[in-house]
Structure formats: structure tokens, C-alpha cells
Design a protein around this ligand. Structure first.
Ligand SMILES: [Zn+2]
Length: 236
């Protein structure tokens, strides 16, 4: 009787072990195979076999730094400078060139998660999925009031002019410094996947100071045209 019990126990547990061994074996095989593929094929195969990044944030990064958070990083760390220059209009997109996502090139920037996406409590900008290393440009002339790492925003550049700030987040590298005065369209850095980001993308936010001394986030889509992007949707 004891022998039968032991046998049936082994029979029940065996598939679990086989499953685990299969998964481990699969991951090892993938990890060994991908580096041997030609460079152009690697991103697509990685995406297909291992994971499908969301090209978005996994939570509302606008909430960080609120509620008296002791962290020096976050939303409240970026102050209003009060800079007012000429030519204050925000327009166009922070991506000028063609973009590449995985191994595919697109003629226009790809628009992913939108402002106030219902999946987040209050998504504070527009997400543009793209590979890391794409040049990012300012959509307003103005003063750089933040150009550094900032917690969930990753490497962040904020440009201000006349009560408006544009926020360009998750950069891989920053090419401007705090205090720089930029012309419209100047390159500020390269797109990346830093901070609270799942997959290479640019988070583009527009903040507007209200008369009450507070601020609101504006929908960036109000500042560019429908024919300037390809909408691919929010993938999570
Ligand atoms: Zn975002």
C-alpha cells in the first residue's frame, strides 16, 4: 500500500518538475541563441520569445513627490522658474525624425498610451514608444529648469516658458543643462527606458501654471496634429 502511495505521489509531482525544467531549459536556450543571431534580428526575436514590453509606465508617475513625500525626487522637486521668453507657443512633436521600434522603422512617431489613459489613475502625458537612442527635441523655446535623474521619471528634462513646462521623461541621455536657454526644436537628449518605464518610450507631458498658483496637466494631443503620428494604442 505504501509503495502505491509513493508511486502516485511521484506521478503527481513529476509534471511540476518537468514543467520547471522545461521553462529553465527554454530560457537558457533563448539566452544562448539570441546573441548568435545577426544584430538586426535580435530585438524582434527577443520580443517574440521572452517578453513584450509595454512601452509605458506601470503606474501614474504624476503622483510621485506629492503628499509631503520626503524624497527629493519626483514631481514637487521641479519648481517653477518664472522664465518668460519670446515665442512661447508649444507645437509639434518632440520627435522629428523617423523612429525605430524593435527592428522596424516607421515614417512617423508612434503614439501609445494617451493622456488620462483609464488604465492609470491619471496618466499625465502622452507615451511615444521607440527604441532607445532616438533624438528628442523641445517643442517650446525656453529655459531648462530640470535636467537630471528624477526618481520614477528617470532621466528628465523640463523646459519652461511663460507658465508652461514641457516634461520629457525616461531619457537614456541628457544633452542640456539646467539654466540653458533653448530655441524651438533644439535637441535635449536621447530617448530611453530609465525610471518607472517598461520598454523604451518617451513620456511627453505639458504642465500649465494656473492663476490660482496651482497647475494642471494639459493633453499634449491638443498641441499636435493627427497626421503627425501613427496611433498604435496602449499595450498593457
Ligand atoms: Zn507616460
Amino acid at each position: 500500500m505504501k509503495g502505491i502511495f509513493r508511486f502516485s505521489l511521484v506521478l503527481m509531482v513529476a509534471p511540476l518538475f518537468c514543467g520547471t525544467a522545461f521553462v529553465i531549459g527554454y530560457v537558457i536556450l533563448v539566452a544562448l541563441t539570441i546573441p548568435q543571431l545577426p544584430a538586426w534580428a535580435q530585438p524582434a526575436v527577443t520580443q517574440w520569445l521572452l517578453d513584450i514590453p509595454q512601452h509605458a509606465e506601470s503606474s501614474d508617475n504624476g503622483a510621485y513627490g506629492l503628499n509631503g513625500s520626503s524624497s527629493p525626487a519626483g514631481l514637487s522637486a521641479v519648481q517653477w522658474d518664472g522664465y518668460i521668453g519670446t515665442e512661447t507657443m508649444i507645437h509639434g512633436l518632440p520627435i522629428i525624425d523617423r523612429v525605430q521600434l524593435w527592428s522596424v522603422w516607421y515614417d512617423k512617431p508612434l503614439l501609445g498610451c494617451l493622456f488620462h489613459d483609464p488604465r492609470y489613475e491619471s496618466h499625465t502625458g502622452s507615451d511615444f514608444p521607440m527604441n532607445e537612442g532616438t533624438p528628442i527635441h523641445t517643442t517650446i523655446s525656453g529655459k531648462v529648469v530640470w535636467a537630471a535623474e528624477n526618481g520614477p521619471w528617470g532621466n528628465l528634462v523640463v523646459v519652461e516658458n511663460d507658465g508652461y513646462q514641457i516634461w520629457l521623461a525616461h531619457l537614456s541621455s541628457i544633452e542640456v543643462s539646467e539654466g540653458d536657454i533653448l530655441e524651438y526644436g533644439d535637441e535635449i537628449g536621447l530617448s530611453g527606458n530609465t525610471g518607472n518605464s517598461t520598454g523604451g518610450h518617451l513620456h511627453y507631458g505639458i504642465k500649465h501654471k494656473t492663476e490660482a498658483g496651482s497647475y494642471v496637466w494639459l493633453d499634449p494631443q491638443l498641441f499636435f496634429n493627427e497626421d503627425e503620428y501613427i496611433y498604435i494604442g496602449c499595450s498593457d
